[in-house]
Design a protein around this ligand. Structure first.
Ligand SMILES: [Zn+2]
Length: 217
């Protein structure tokens, strides 16, 4: 799953209004934020196998530290603790929402991945394999993204046009990932993924900042 994760960010922002949207954008991709550097370091492993699923060429054959079920629960717990320490005045509920956002990554990956998500260590791998039905997988990504966005727009503080335009752009990138050429290497896949996540989080940070209108003197 790629942009569909952000549907959870938008929905979580409505549930816990004190949590900045960019924090939730990082939270839902936290497992991948850790995965990318671990792949670059050769600690977790992926290889490009075109056709391994109908819409995604990644053979994610070793990622116990980021995409194991037990690992995901530990990362979620860690996110809870860090958020509590960083923003104690936000309260326990906000930290719980951040932790749930982190864990949602594993749940949504479970739906689309082939059985490459270990329950613990590197064994007992699960995944429902929706990537083998590209139209359904793309439909799910879009439904999650725009469903979450719709909830977020109900908050009243959101910049409607800019947010909607941003979501359309994210979906266009998703279409390219599904139907464009495969990444040239494992490291290229990791680098482009983390670059996209950083840019998306930065854009949402800008979206929620007061925009200064500069008027000529
Ligand atoms: Zn993932």
């Amino acid at each position: 799953m790629f942009v569909g994760h952000y549907g959870v960010s938008f929905a979580a922002r409505k549930t816990a209004p004190s949590v900045p949207l960019w924090v939730l954008f990082v939270a839902v991709q936290l497992l991948d934020f850790v995965w990318a550097p671990l792949v670059l370091l050769g600690i977790e492993k992926v290889r490009i196998v075109p056709g391994i699923t109908a819409s995604n060429p990644l053979d994610l054959y070793y990622m116990p530290y980021t995409h194991g079920l037990v690992a995901a629960l530990l990362w979620s717990t860690g996110a809870f603790v860090v958020y509590r320490l960083a923003r104690p005045r936000d309260g326990r509920k906000s930290a719980l929402v951040v932790a749930a956002a982190v864990f949602s990554h594993w749940v949504l990956d479970f739906v689309v991945h082939r059985p490459d998500l270990p329950l613990y260590d590197d064994t007992a791998k699960v995944g429902l394999g929706l990537w083998n039905s590209p139209a359904l997988a793309l439909g799910l990504e879009a439904a999650l993204l725009f469903g979450g966005m719709w909830l977020y727009l109900q908050t009243g503080t959101a910049r409607r046009m800019a947010t909607a335009g941003f979501c359309v752009l994210m979906l266009a990138i998703q279409v390219y990932v599904f139907f464009g050429p495969p990444p040239v290497s494992d490291k290229a896949a990791a680098l482009t993924a983390i670059a996209a996540y950083i840019v998306f989080a930065a854009v949402t940070r800008a979206l929620e900042r007061p925009w200064r209108i500069v008027t000529p003197a």
